[in-house]
Write a protein that binds this ligand. Sequence first.
Ligand code: C3B
Length: 842
Amino acid sequence: SVIVQNIAEAERVGKKGKPVKDTASALPELMSKVRSVVGKSATSDLTARDLYNALAYSTRDGLIERFNKTHEHWAAKDSKFVYYLSAEFLMGRTLTNAVYNLGMEGKYAEALRSLGYDMETIQEQERDASLGNGGLGRLAACFLDSMANIDLPGWGYGIRYKYGMFKQALDKGGYQKELPDIWLTDGNPWEVKRSEIKYEVCFGGRTEKKTVNGKEVSVWEPNQRVYAQAYDNPIPGFQTPTVGNLRLWDALPVTEFDLAAFNAGDYDKSMLEKEKAECIVAVLYPNDATPEGKELRLKQQYFFVAASMQDVLTRFKAKHGSKWDLLPTKAVFQMNDTHPTIAVAEAMRLLVDVEGLPWEQAWSISSKMLNYTNHTVMPEALEKWPVKVMAKMLPRHMEIIEIINEGWIQWLQSNLPGTAAEKAAKVAAMSIVHENQWNKDELLVNMAYLAVVGSAHVNGVAAIHSDIVKNEIFNDFYKIFPNKFQNKTNGVTPRRWLAWCNPELATLITKTLGSDAWINNAELLSGLRKFASDKNFQSQWRAVKQQRKAKLAAMIKSQTGDDIDINNMFDIQVKRIHEYKRQYMNVLGIIWRYKQLKKMTPAERKASVPRVCMIGGKAASAYDMAKRIIRLVTAVGAKINNDPDTKDYLRLYFLPDYNVSLAEALIPAAELSQHISTGGTEASGTSNMKFQMNGCLIIGTWDGANIEIAEETGVENVFVFGVRAEEINQLRKERANYKTDPRFNEIMNDIAGGMFGDKEYFKPLVDSISNMKVGNDWFLVANDFAAYLDAQEEVDKVYKDPEEWTRRSIMYTAGSGKFSSDRTIREYAEDIWDIKPERPLA
Ligand code: C3B
């Protein structure tokens, strides 16, 4: 068959679509690792897991060699570095990416074949490194890939969580069940423990005023100390010798074991310190937007920021002694959202308290080297810490923040225009420490404001989002510092998200463009535009999509037992479950489609466009509405997938445990993907870019990066609908008068009436959008529903014309060059970091 042929071809020429040069088998090398690492000798009893370990340790050797060369080179050049501070890095699997980036696929494939295995089976042995919630964490991972890829001196810094993002399962009733992600149990071949690199990080206690050298200083006397222990995770670029680094911190007790307590028979106490330290890095907070467990979360944030900054300052001092004014020319930090913004206070503490610099000099250094990226407009995700919590956990930092705030307020008072009353109002609105609007007795530290005041640059993550950052969220600040604010539209790595996850399409693209140069220069994908209407090319393009649909259908069959027709449209929405992302609206649309099918004659049904709809994503453990939405998906799926009248024309599957690896299987198979957030709510989105790269059409709102994707693809090729960002404030005010579409009302009645069972459980969901009063339906599902159905009708119409559909699909991939994270990182490097690529010698 064509499928088998294409797979064989992909294997023969290598996944980059280029003949594999080095096909010498790596068998001797692998067997050596089997002996030294796995501890076996014969080939006969080797499991896939054994081979995974052998392969991983062999690949790691290559990574470490290049890592050392890269870092020796950067050290010799004394290059300026960027440090990407992020509470999340959603890395996914490492093996395939490393093997392909290092160009070693040929020799390993050969060796595995001779043992009766293939790369795909071996790769599946690896657990995802899920140290992130969603888009923000995966963006950080794509950024590291691109930094290495363009030889940019830089590291990521984060936390080595013992348990990453929870695993999502569905229980028998179709509800989300959260299971711990025990990812480190079988060891992690991709990290290198740096035993010699550890720093003390302190918490709690109090400060005391003391006189030192005739100066009054504030001395922090903490009551908890732990060590931060460094683990390095090498990050390879592609077709470059550069291997960058992600340094993750584990927490260790200062005293590992209390022998005296043990000997006295107090076994619990003997281990207490160890447990208290380990608790800090135990779990990634499974929240996308709703911070809970406040104290521990702040502790985590400070823990990794303090360790990372000490690490950078230690290296700086080893080279430049106390020439602190040079620091911003050697190191810049990018703070990924508000999570690491305690860095503003920590930089001041290290420079003033530890290094003894005068406040003004320290501030001038610190505010040159820190930068802040905002990733969301959701107020609940712009962190605000109660002053009480901050003062208890980080008393010295609370003092420092107060000093920063006093200086800031003074500055405002002498520089703001207007009357005294006007000034006072502005000062109150811009103060870093302010009253809690819901509880006047509580004071809060606004971490975003701290970051804006303490940073050289502030950016949003898509053009529309950066406008909202400037004109709404931080408008007062923008008016004062217009030059501080920038846009850096997100991007994704074309290695993982096209070349490696979709080798079938990559092979075709390389063959068509005559070179694989697009992998590192994604703008070259625009060369596909001239083939968009070529019938022969279109049929090859379609064949690739069919292959990937077949692969996904097989996966769904193995999970559900259901047969799926790969001639049906594959319609996918995958992302964290959130009301603003409106998976709910997607389900309502599916219900409407189902109701229409039910009314049709068999002949009419045959003439319809059959779809397989898939929805996947995790709901934060405390996000009740999101969990109800998941249950609605499973309930609707259970009904329509089993209805003999309609099951050949419409299916709905909830795909559990959406993660990086699942995305790599879904995205290449998708024909339509949904990015339907309320206008003005999705900062950017990044899966939209991945789907676009893989030739998947988009139905979406005029929101986030959808807008730029549409501009690059041709707006006429995208199914755009819905209210615009600039309308939503007004519409929200008018909720009570809104007259909902009769189709919408009908569906609300169906759900409320128990058409899908569980009607009590769905009641809050129905009430949240159907009972029109001010404050309800905050995300304007009712407003957009009719337009959404119209857009879906247009989708069906175009799908009936395979040539037009394929033409558009090609135009998507051709227009995706801008959304390579290589481009994004170049822009950060030039406009914010002022860092030049520096390639080590091969
Ligand atoms: C996400 C936003 O929701 C996305 O729109 C955006 O594309 C990505 O960040 C990357 O910029 N985001 C997230 O995943 N978690 C947050 N806490 C805030 C934003």
